[in-house]
Design a protein around this ligand. Structure first.
Ligand SMILES: Nc1ncnc2c1ncn2[C@@H]1O[C@H](COP(=O)(O)OP(=O)(O)O)[C@@H](O)[C@H]1O
Ligand SMILES: O=c1ccn([C@@H]2O[C@H](COP(=O)(O)O)[C@@H](O)[C@H]2O)c(=O)[nH]1
Length: 213
């Protein structure tokens, strides 16, 4: 019997708004084999041919930093129930790793990233679009804590990057995509009502797809 098209949920918002936390909260409501988490960050362009100094100078908050064609190609494959080889991004060396993760198609795909609603081709593949809305001051505090702890960054480096690219790009490219969202979630992963609503909606879509076939 032909399998149904998977449900695609897009989760966006500024850096450190809580996208990953929300995505994991949704993920936890389903069995591991039925949900796939796809991070836009995995699709940063290959920078193997660049020096470390050149990598440090990249604007990682601009749509052109991503290999969006590959992301779209992979998402389309998953929608056709085909497996993909997902790239891995390493924030410490500012480049894609030489390895990939083999991912099997799943019933639910959660696509998470700062600029997933910027490209209409990606938007068109989503069933539900979510914007996690967190105040800028809270996000920069969280980013400082996280990037020092997990991404090998210094305070000076984080502040400099935030002021030169992260903040202006957020206002130019990320925040304007809020208009495309079906649901705006304040308070991210701690917003249990929003998480419950999303889980209910995904279950509803899955059930309808099963009934139709
Ligand atoms: N509601 C919250 N309250 C407190 N800390 C949070 C909350 N949501 C996320 N965080 C923390 O903030 C950091 C960034 O959250 P994350 O979900 O990774 O954001 P994003 O994926 O949008 O960059 C993480 O260290 C996470 O644990
Ligand atoms: O090499 C890199 C690649 C990305 N970034 C920053 O990451 C965030 C997006 O990730 P979130 O988990 O949504 O915060 C983006 O703002 C980039 O600036 C980086 O610093 N270095």
């Amino acid at each position: 019997m032909m399998k149904n098209k998977p449900v695609v949920i897009g989760v966006t918002g500024g850096t450190a708004s809580g996208k990953t936390t929300v995505s994991h909260a949704i993920f936890d409501h389903f069995s591991k084999n039925s949900v796939l988490l796809l991070e836009q960050d995995s699709y940063y362009k290959d920078q193997s041919k660049m020096t470390m100094a050149q990598r440090r100078a990249v604007n990682y908050d601009h749509p052109l930093a991503f290999d969006t064609d590959r992301l779209i190609q992979d998402l389309k494959k998953l929608l056709k129930r085909q497996a993909i080889d997902k790239p891995i991004y390493d924030y410490k060396v500012l480049n894609r790793s030489a390895e990939v993760i083999h991912e099997e198609p799943r019933d639910v795909i959660i696509l998470e990233g700062i600029l997933i609603l910027d490209d209409p081709r990606l938007r068109d593949l989503m069933d539900i679009k979510v914007f996690v809305d967190t105040d800028d001051d809270v996000r920069i505090i969280r980013r400082i804590q996280r990037d020092m702890r997990e991404r090998d960054r210094t305070l000076t480096n984080i502040i400099d990057q935030y002021l030169t690219t992260v903040k202006p790009m957020y206002h130019q490219f990320v925040e304007p995509t809020k208009r495309y969202a079906d649901l705006i979630v304040p308070d991210g992963g701690k917003n249990q009502v929003a998480i419950d609503l999303l889980v209910t909606k995904v279950r509803d879509i899955l059930q309808k797809k099963q009934t139709i076939n």
